[in-house]
Design a binder for this molecule. Sequence first.
Ligand SMILES: Cc1cc2nc3c(=O)[nH]c(=O)nc-3n(C[C@H](O)[C@H](O)[C@H](O)COP(=O)(O)OP(=O)(O)OC[C@H]3O[C@@H](n4cnc5c(N)ncnc54)[C@H](O)[C@@H]3O)c2cc1C
Length: 443
Amino acid sequence: MISAVPELVSEADVVVIGGGPAGSTVATLMAQQGLNVQLFERDHFPRFHVGESLIPETYWVLKRLNMLPKLKGSRFVKKRSVQFVSFNGKASAPFYFEDNNPHECSQTWQVVRSEFDHIMLNNAREHGVEAHEGARVKDVIFEGDRATGVRVMLEDGTQRLVNSKVVVDASGQSGLLMNRLKLRTWDPLLNKGAIWTYWENCYQDSGRDEGATVILQTADRKGWFWYIPLHGNRASVGIVAPFDYLFKGRAGHEQTYQEEVEKCVGVAERLAGANRVAGYFATRDFSYRCNKVAGPGWVLVGDAFGFLDPLYSSGLLLALKSGEMAADSIGEAFRKNDFSEEQLGNWGPLLNKGIDRIRRLVCEFYEGFNFGNFVRNYPGLKGRITDLLIGDLFDDKVDEVWAPMESLYPEGRSVPVAWDSGTAPEIAAQKRNELHIPEGATP
Ligand SMILES: Cc1cc2nc3c(=O)[nH]c(=O)nc-3n(C[C@H](O)[C@H](O)[C@H](O)COP(=O)(O)OP(=O)(O)OC[C@H]3O[C@@H](n4cnc5c(N)ncnc54)[C@H](O)[C@@H]3O)c2cc1C
């Protein structure tokens, strides 16, 4: 069918769909290699996004992006540790990142995402990326099985066809290509939901602990709260628990949140005297991955490839790392003039291995793994556990922890099944990740 609206046609080496952290990362690193990169973001920045806590291993990608001076000069709260509080209120000793590695990379940040993502996108522009906001990619164009460009819809209704050698999908959980090519495998174990809001004037730790993420297990051990201090005397506080527990047969987001806060003493104490500055956000956050990271002429990065339960704040690290790995393989693809699935996806096995490691630690936590107890039994392995918590996921050394962990299993427990071991089709058919953003102020 011939469109009534005239279609503009342009060319790029690479098109990136989405201007979140994964999209900005891959775009910047490709522009640094001299490639002509066009990025299309459907929203206008700054825009709200959940996911405020960085982990230290993001440092190395942020360094390549030339983001470190911007972060050091920002108001973002400095994060130096993470601490776990178990269901009975017992706190583990904090895992201080600098004790494990006395390098400046051990200090990271708690970021307000509307600000962080905007800085990342503008940083991409400074490196030569042509980034368009208010530009929604409607479709990826294929010739046979090879991606050759995208069709973009601008806000005035104009359509643009952009031809490119490579299309990178960084569209987050919208997963444009994941849906079109039916690439998604739902994780059979991690079926959670989350409810959260933002507070002012709540309890703030001081000194070295000022910017710590605190993970507090709920009293019935069904889920956990995140407590993330943000600049401006604010905090992001949310609960993650099994989807059915949080959303089925309960009165509504506000009441569920309040009931859970009351039952979790550590959170209730921290919020005493605080005032809420936003409504209640909610999401289904079922974990998933695609069965490949690339195909001929196309590549997936960040949440457009996979999403993992946010327990250890690994989402931004995986967005940045996948963006980095993809940019390196795409740069090589241009040098070799090889845009095959094998070339564009040669980093997939390494990324999956890293995600497997942090996923295993997530599953162990839901099965009862206790950080304090592990360190008491295996003090020599505190460093290895810290390596996992900082996101050092791509080095075999961290695999030292699994056998000792299994030695503490109660009778009858077995190792968690793999992410791709299957979900019944009737359950998979009902799954859908959705985000509820309340009316009013968002950070
Ligand atoms: C409850 C919860 C808590 C979390 N907490 C943390 C945390 O503490 N720390 C952490 O590291 N991670 C956390 N995460 C995960 C983190 O938010 C994500 O992993 C991260 O945002 C992924 O970045 P991304 O760039 O892949 O996707 P996004 O940040 O979602 O960016 C995708 C972009 O693509 C754009 N887009 C989508 N479709 C189109 C289209 N068709 N055309 C153009 N643009 C499009 C969107 O507007 C968006 O800007 C959390 C997630 C959840 C659900």
